[in-house]
Design a protein around this ligand. Sequence first.
Ligand code: DUC
Ligand code: ZN
Ligand code: ZN
Length: 482
Amino acid sequence: MADYELVVAGGTVVTASDVFRADVGIAGGRIAAVGLDLKGDSRIEADGLLVMPGGVDSHCHIEQLRADGGADEETWVSGSTSALAGGTTSVITFSAQFKGRGILEPLAEYRRRASQAMVDYSFHQIIADASDEVIFKQIPEVAASGVRSLKVFLTYESSFIDDKQFLRVLAAARRNKMLVTVHCENYEAINWRTAALLAAGHVEPKYHAWSRPAMIEREATHRAIALAELVDTPIQVFHVSCPEVAAEITQAKARGLKVWGETCPQYFVLSASDMDRPGFEGAKFMCSPSPRDAAASAGLWDMVRMGTLDVVSSDHSGWGYNSPVGKRVHGTNAPFSDIPNGVPGLGSRLPILFSEGVGKGRIDLCQFVRLTSSNPAKLFGLSPRKGSITPGADADLVLWDPKKQVTITNETLQHVIDYTPYEGMEVTGWPVATIRRGEVAMRDGKVQAAPGSGRFLPRAPYALIEPAGRLPFGFDASAYEV
Ligand code: DUC
Ligand code: ZN
Ligand code: ZN
């Protein structure tokens, strides 16, 4: 009998720190050895391929419930299919709270729906209503169930929380050893500008960007960091769109604060001008924060290289273009303020970052692995089980052809959303096989995992997100029920 059930042989292994030729031996769904001349019951030839940890997409919206009773079109089966097709093996999605309601029932419903997943998964619990019941009773239960991150929105009518509620969430996170992720845009400023734009008759999709220029994101980011510093709670700033916002994070890190930054492929390759396409077409590119311009994208790459931005996730969001419950839910003449925000990106995340980043010499292979897999795994408490190629880790691998040229079409991405904002984009580098816990889940574009084969990833407390221990005047206000 061979030593391993499966050997991935002769590839170039890429980890967060090294690039080297080796075989990877797999047994019991885990990596059992990384070495030379390993013998397995079966074997995958990886000559000429890169062997990298499976992608960890720590921010994507799958089958998210909507306030009107519906759910995202992207189901766990279609979303998992797209993720695996694009080399991603683990995701963190959202459990949404609606104002006036609790968080335990929705989380149970998300857990039920995710039982169809084909990738491994966890959740960020959205807090849209920081009531006493939620803050003092339900958040501790959510943390104990293994969900160790919260998400708050500083904008959006349905989910916005004010500074007082935000402070209560930060304090609850500190008490319960959780990380807070933040959507940073100024709610009042967006509403004020939107009202003025609509009064001026500026209703087309391109005015979405006008309603929320960069300083609206920068202000909210600055505020989020200051309030997190006040409570001494670690945060991750989601979907940073431009370097002046990232600079707030640079300064926070330089002061020794535990503040991390995430960006997404759309901020590297889309711009506000994409929303200025004829008719309703611009809606395809509408997401928040708004994509900016070429200079902002160039500046974001600098921020990635400096280490300010640690994670590149997809922020995959489930709104179809032609679907009656998608972008045109309020009709194709709807003002920009009534068009749902978000772009799909589960399957295109790795190819775009590889082609634009590694292929164009902006980042190296290890940086690619860190941004797309190792860093999100570490930051969200999934490491070393996920995000590394090391004995004992889950055998989640993507076998990558660095030379393969592909023209992205919606079909290549295999999501249920009926469009991609990247239609026609040429990329070099593509996943040819995805292995999830030792099983070949995708080969040559054919996804072969069974619905329900994904597993929930409970997350225990972990050192990285322990408070920095720097409380103003040494007084811990989070210890009081206020
Ligand atoms: N912005 C978000 O905050 N979430 C989903 C999509 C988007 O554009
Ligand atoms: Zn957001
Ligand atoms: Zn999002």
